[in-house]
Design a binder for this molecule. Structure first.
Ligand SMILES: *[C@@H]1O[C@H](CO)[C@@H](O)[C@H](O)[C@H]1NC(C)=O
Ligand SMILES: *[C@@H]1O[C@H](CO)[C@@H](O)[C@H](O)[C@H]1NC(C)=O
Ligand SMILES: *[C@@H]1O[C@H](CO)[C@@H](O)[C@H](O)[C@H]1NC(C)=O
Ligand SMILES: *[C@@H]1O[C@H](CO)[C@@H](O)[C@H](O)[C@H]1NC(C)=O
Ligand SMILES: *[C@@H]1O[C@H](CO)[C@@H](O)[C@H](O)[C@H]1NC(C)=O
Ligand SMILES: *[C@@H]1O[C@H](CO)[C@@H](O)[C@H](O)[C@H]1NC(C)=O
Ligand SMILES: *[C@@H]1O[C@H](CO)[C@@H](O)[C@H](O)[C@H]1NC(C)=O
Ligand SMILES: *[C@@H]1O[C@H](CO)[C@@H](O)[C@H](O)[C@H]1NC(C)=O
Ligand SMILES: *[C@@H]1O[C@H](CO)[C@@H](O)[C@H](O)[C@H]1NC(C)=O
Ligand SMILES: *[C@@H]1O[C@H](CO)[C@@H](O)[C@H](O)[C@H]1NC(C)=O
Ligand SMILES: *[C@@H]1O[C@H](CO)[C@@H](O)[C@H](O)[C@H]1NC(C)=O
Ligand SMILES: *[C@@H]1O[C@H](CO)[C@@H](O)[C@H](O)[C@H]1NC(C)=O
Length: 823
């Protein structure tokens, strides 16, 4: 009877709530709800927007008439059976803490609850186990998209009626919290092994009525508990995006009602268990991004109902013999990912019969041959074929598709011109064609695609003068057309929403247009290796969001505008190899993002609703790679003004740039002495002052440069003793100091006259740069300071049309501190 009821509610059917019974909800339940409401309101910060729907909770009304509350209309008691508190806390200011889970306590007096949805509410802290244990009738519990931490309270496993449990996107792990409050409330403390490690507790097998279970996006590790096999009624199981290891239980196929199995993004090894073959109702199988190995079993394609098959990013292999012959799948897939499954030969022809496909990812394989016409005709929404060896022209038919929203073909060998009709595909959001052999002009129609967010045409052979006519409402935020042969003037405007603009390594000429500053959201401007002339416009300083300005290797002249120092977020400034003159404005010591060692509020990674991953950040300097770990990128900061004609003294104020990791002002006409404030460069790893007219002594404060590992002071007029210090003592060898007036010190094996001969410590091998200065000079700084951005397209169907809620609000409103590891 209870069960029928639960099912009834779960189906979401509404009964006649408005019936004219005089009966109202029990007073104690009403009081509990009122108390819950005030505890939420009392404890929320003033800027918390009014919880949606709670305004209808007026104590003079029957609580069965309130929004979000459903009562049992079948019984005279009219008890509250369902609370739909999804997203009632709809926003939180960035600095606010999550709502503590203790705010939920009044709800645990409503023992008649069958359905409780508190998802997407910024609730943090531990799951209130004792309280939830009160709700023995619960069939449906949805707590996803919150910030619950600690372990799953053991009391949850006592809720035998649970059919639906969603704990996804929280911060749960197996660890028993050391939180004292939690221990005080605990009635039974079971110090089972499972609770002390981060594993999913075996007790999960107690929930034998479970039909849908999700622990997605938490922090569980260890194996998948065998007890899961007791959940015979299970229809959907989602353990994806944890750190689960070991193997998929061999007997998983005994869960015969399973329609959806998602174990993506874990560290599961072994093969795909053959028992999966028995899951005849299976429609979703997502095992991507694990460490699975072996051959992809072809019987998978015989599971008739299978619609979503995601196996990419494992060490699985595809039997290429089958590709060429007649694989005739019985399933009609809507999504298929076989990324990096070692598929070779042509794009498998059997796909042409898969006309329900909306998502296809065959990237990172060894596919060759052309882009087949039949594939263009399938009207697939997301086509990801990057990192193969595909060649030939892109079929114009592809762009007649009104479904196409993601096309990623980077790093192939496609050639020829881009079809003129590319702009017809006006649903495209992401177009990635970098690193091919495409040539000719960039079709004008491309700039009119309203939905386009991200465009990568870099590293091709495109030529011609680019005079885009932008749709003024365009959403385009990321534009990379670098490394082509585009010429003419820099286009005046790329649309107001541009965040990243990469035009480097082309043949652009003329002056920088002053209205670049109309791109008021620009974070990254890269124009290096072009033929740009004229002055650096002062107006650039109006782009307060700018973080990276790379004008390296052009023909810019005039003075460096002092106003650049007003850009608060500027942390990478590369003006090297130009004809700039004048002095370094002393105000450069005030550049905020370089002066502070801090995380920046605006991070490049926040740009889109999908994820950008920074890979391979390498500062290539003197041909020595100084790889930086990805997570440092946001606080990475450098200034390179080398190879210009800048003169005067180096402003002492520069020493305030404590966040700077690289400073290069070599090959200029600086004179005077090195400011002693340079000892303040707490973060500095590379310093190049060579090829100037600097005189006087090297400040003894250099001893404070504890991060310094690359130094060049050569070709100046420096005199006196080279400072000692833990890093300075490692920078041994004449090439750091060559060609000065009269330096001395142990580093160059030349005793200083007034000192005793210093004890000579042997040169540490690894600190001796083999590519010495000379070869670097010969190479003439041929290497740009490179930030290689790899954009990973997140690809679950619907992702692009409907971004996940949680992602959405955490980006808009913060919670970054707690959620960062999971974004
Ligand atoms: C919330 O505040 C109101 C008035 O400020 C008070 O009457 C009520 O008792 C408070 N509720 C709780 C749970 O603290
Ligand atoms: C509650 O409802 C009563 C009667 O409908 C109304 O007079 C009162 O203003 C309402 N109170 C609030 C706080 O909305
Ligand atoms: C709410 O605030 C009251 C008093 O300000 C405090 O006693 C109570 O613990 C808080 N509740 C929550 C859930 O933070
Ligand atoms: C859980 O989060 C709260 C803040 O919401 C924090 O105070 C507490 O230390 C966290 N507990 C664990 C076990 O991480
Ligand atoms: C469980 O319900 C009882 C009775 O309604 C109540 O007194 C108690 O506080 C509840 N327990 C918790 C932890 O909320
Ligand atoms: C799980 O079930 C077993 C056997 O029925 C029982 O002994 C154990 O107490 C249950 N565990 C929990 C947490 O309810
Ligand atoms: C769990 O606790 C152990 C011991 O305190 C600790 O070493 C481990 O890192 C913790 N794991 C998690 C996920 O918090
Ligand atoms: C997740 O677990 C890992 C170790 O398993 C731990 O280092 C990390 O801090 C945990 N993250 C959170 C948010 O608890
Ligand atoms: C599987 O589903 C069917 C139909 O929904 C149901 O009749 C059957 O009882 C379920 N099997 C188990 C083991 O729950
Ligand atoms: C979950 O997925 C996000 C996004 O892919 C990733 O950043 C995070 O590291 C993953 N978390 C775990 C625990 O795997
Ligand atoms: C992938 O699997 C093959 C065997 O199929 C094995 O030789 C290779 O070492 C595996 N690679 C990785 C990275 O696990
Ligand atoms: C593919 O076929 C060739 C010969 O037809 C055979 O030698 C090879 O073992 C087969 N490979 C696989 C993976 O079945």
């Amino acid at each position: 009877m209870k069960l029928t009821m639960a099912k009834f509610i779960m189906l979401g059917c509404l009964l006649f709530l408005s019936s004219g019974f005089a009966l109202t909800c029990p007073d104690d339940q009403k009081q509990a709800l009122i108390q819950f409401k005030s505890s939420i309101l009392n404890n929320s910060t003033t800027s918390l927007s009014f919880p949606q729907g709670l305004e209808s909770w007026n104590s003079s009304l029957d609580c069965c008439q309130w929004m979000l509350v459903t009562c049992n209309t079948r019984s005279a008691l009219r008890q509250v059976v369902s609370l739909d508190l999804y997203n009632f806390v709809s926003s939180l200011p960035p600095e606010a803490n999550p709502v503590d889970s203790s705010a939920l306590s009044p709800l645990f007096r409503i023992k008649s609850l069958v359905m409780l949805d508190i998802s997407s509410n910024y609730i943090g802290g531990l799951i209130p186990g004792d309280g939830i244990a009160n709700l023995t009738r619960l069939a449906h519990l949805d707590m996803r998209d919150n910030s619950f931490n600690g372990s799953i309270s053991p009391q949850l496993f006592g809720l035998r009626n649970l059919q639906y449990l969603d704990l996804s996107n929280n911060l749960l792990s197996g660890n028993l919290s050391k939180d004292v409050g939690f221990l005080q409330n605990l009635r039974v403390l079971n110090l089972d092994e499972n609770l002390i490690t981060s594993e999913i507790p075996q007790e999960i097998g107690n929930l034998t009525n479970m039909q849908k279970l999700s622990l997605r996006r938490n922090n569980f590790s260890g194996g998948i508990p065998q007890s899961i096999l007791s959940l015979r009624k299970l229809e959907a199981l989602d353990f994806s995006n944890n750190s689960l290891s070991s193997e998929i239980p061999v007997e998983i196929g005994s869960l015969s009602n399973l329609t959806s199995l998602s174990l993506s993004k874990n560290r599961l090894g072994g093969g795909i268990p053959p028992s999966i073959w028995k899951l005849s109702k299976l429609s979703t199988l997502q095992l991507d991004q694990n460490l699975l190995s072996g051959e992809i079993p072809l019987w998978l394609f015989d599971i008739e109902g299978l619609k979503i098959l995601n196996l990419g990013g494992n060490n699985l292999t595809w039997n290429n013999n089958v590709t060429s012959t007649s694989l005739a799948p019985k399933c009609a897939l809507s999504q298929l990912s076989l990324r990096s499954c070692r598929i070779s030969g042509h794009i498998p022809h059997w796909l042409s019969a898969q006309d329900n496909l909306i998502f296809l990812d065959l990237s990172e394989n060894e596919l060759e041959g052309p882009f087949p016409d039949w594939l263009a005709e399938l009207n697939i929404g997301n086509i990801i074929l990057s990192d193969n060896k595909l060649s030939g022209l892109l079929p114009p038919r592809l762009f007649q598709s009104l479904n196409l929203s993601v096309l990623a073909l980077s790093r192939n060998k496609f050639s020829g011109v881009l079809p003129e009709n590319i702009g017809d595909a006006n649903e495209i959001m992401i177009l990635m064609l970098g690193d091919n052999n495409l040539s000719g002009p960039i079709p004008q129609s491309i700039w009119g695609i309203y939905r386009l967010l991200q465009l990568d045409l870099s590293r091709n052979n495109f030529s011609g003068k680019l005079i885009p006519s932008f749709n003024p409402l365009a959403l385009l935020a990321y534009i990379d057309i670098s490394s082509n042969r585009l010429s003419g003037d820099i286009p005046a405007s790329f649309g107001a929403r541009t965040r990243i603009l990469r035009l480097g390594e082309n043949e652009f000429s003329g002056q920088l247009p002053p209205n670049l500053s109309a791109m008021s959201k620009l974070e990254y401007l890269d124009l290096h290796n072009n033929f740009i002339t004229g002055n650096i416009p002062k107006s650039l300083s109006q782009i307060s969001t700018l973080q990276v300005l790379d004008l390296r290797n052009n023909s810019l002249e005039g003075q460096i505008p002092e106003a650049l120092s007003d850009i608060p977020n500027l942390r990478i400034l590369d003006l090297s190899i130009n004809n700039l003159n004048g002095k370094i404005p002393p105000k450069f010591g005030n550049i905020k993002a370089m002066a502070e060692r801090r995380d920046l509020e605006v991070s490049l990674a926040d740009i889109f609703n999908f994820q950008i991953e920074f890979n391979d950040l390498q500062v290539i300097w003197k041909k020595s790679f100084q790889g930086l770990p990805n997570h440092n990128l946001e606080i990475y900061s450098l200034m390179d003004l080398s190879m210009n004609r800048i003169s005067g003294e180096i402003p002492a104020s520069l020493g305030a740039l404590k966040g700077l990791k690289l400073l290069n002002i070599s090959h200029n006409n600086f004179r005077g002495s090195i400011p002693s404030t340079f000892g303040g460069f707490e973060s500095l790893e590379s310093l190049d002052l060579s090829h100037n007219n600097l005189s006087g002594e090297i400040p003894q404060t250099f001893a404070n440069l504890l991060q310094l590992n690359t130094l060049d002071l050569s070709n100046n007029k420096l005199t006196g003793p080279i400072p000692r210090g833990s890093q300075m003592d490692r920078l041994i060898g004449s090439n750091y100091y060559d060609n000065n007036s009269d330096l001395c010190g142990m580093q160059i094996d030349k005793p200083c006259p007034e000192l005793l001969p210093p004890e000579y410590s042997p040169e540490p091998e690894e600190d001796r740069s083999k590519d010495s200065l000379f070869s670097w000079k010969a190479a003439c700084i041929g290497f740009p300071v490179g930030l290689v951005i790899t954009v990973l397209v997140m690809y679950f169907s619907g992702y692009f049309s409907l971004p996940p809620k949680h992602h959405h609000h955490s980006q808009r409103h913060g919670l970054q501190k707690t959620l960062t590891p999971f974004l």
